[in-house]
Design a protein around this ligand. Structure first.
Ligand SMILES: Nc1ncnc2c1ncn2[C@@H]1O[C@H](COP(=O)(O)OP(=O)(O)OP(=O)(O)O)[C@@H](O)[C@H]1O
Ligand SMILES: [Mg+2]
Length: 239
């Protein structure tokens, strides 16, 4: 569970995020929407621990993140998989090497898991290729496999489909649903594309000019997910 208490961020004189209180349950798929500059990426960076808050606290499973030791913080960060708009793959590494990189940086390896994830995202045939020869949709599928390689509890997506055309966007949304079915991470999906958010998220947080305006329950999507995960559907309705 993620709990944000009076969390805010100010850069010099710019308030990027006004104090916000939010709770996200395990296994939820939440959308974070707002126009450019509304504070969406700032919120993800605070949760991801790459930025520290100006005020407020973040609790992950009841643990106050800012009070953790360096080692505990490292373990918490390992629970976060992140994907970005521009995929952020390393061009001099093959698809397989890109997916394995988060493990390599921890001096670990698990070739079976890497191969399994590549099969899961449908890229076994491209395993030895370099990112330059892949389409945008394929690059994002590599990034998703890479984000999953440390088996994260949370998957943070920052404009993950915003660089893609409609067909590739739909493909990535379908894949993220499959990821949720198979691994059940809590998914935080930041986007300014409302239609895309509507396809994926059961609850949507709305931001404008750094202010949190409120949440919307996406009941259409909840109904669609009925077949996928009945328990989560019931839970979402009781929120
Ligand atoms: N490192 C930084 N230094 C100074 N100001 C920043 C920094 N990062 C973000 N900001 C400012 O904070 C505000 C919120 O930015 P943020 O990137 O969170 O918005 P966003 O909703 O993700 O926008 P976009 O849809 O364009 O990605 C903006 O006014 C931005 O200029
Ligand atoms: Mg952003």
């Amino acid at each position: 569970m993620i709990e944000l208490v009076e969390l805010s961020k100010t850069y010099q004189t710019t308030q990027a995020l006004a104090p916000v209180n939010l709770t996200i349950s395990d296994h939820e798929i939440v959308g974070i929407v707002g126009k450019s500059g509304s504070g969406k990426s700032t919120l993800l960076r605070l949760i991801n621990g790459v930025e520290s808050p100006t005020t407020g606290r973040i609790y992950l499973d009841g643990q106050h993140v800012q009070a953790l030791s360096k080692e505990e913080l490292r373990q918490q960060k390992a629970q976060m998989g992140v994907i970005f708009q521009q995929f952020d793959l390393l061009n001099n590494l093959t698809v397989t090497e890109n997916v394995a990189l988060p493990l390599k940086l921890q001096r670990q390896k698990n070739p079976e898991l890497v191969a399994e994830l590549l099969a899961f995202v449908g890229l076994t045939q491209k395993a030895k290729m370099y990112p330059a020869s892949l389409s945008g949709g394929e690059k994002q599928r590599v990034a998703i496999a890479r984000a999953l390689v440390r088996q994260p509890k949370y998957l943070l997506c920052d404009e993950a489909t915003s660089a893609l055309d409609e067909a590739n966007t739909n493909e990535i949304i379908t894949l993220l649903k499959k990821v949720h079915q198979r691994f059940s991470p809590t998914i935080l999906f930041v986007s300014h594309e409302l239609e895309t958010v509507k396809q994926l998220c059961t609850r949507v947080f709305v931001f404008e000019n750094s202010q949190y305006l409120g949440e919307i329950h996406n009941r259409v999507e909840i109904a669609e997910q009925n077949e996928l995960n009945y328990f989560e559907t019931v839970k979402a309705r009781f929120l």
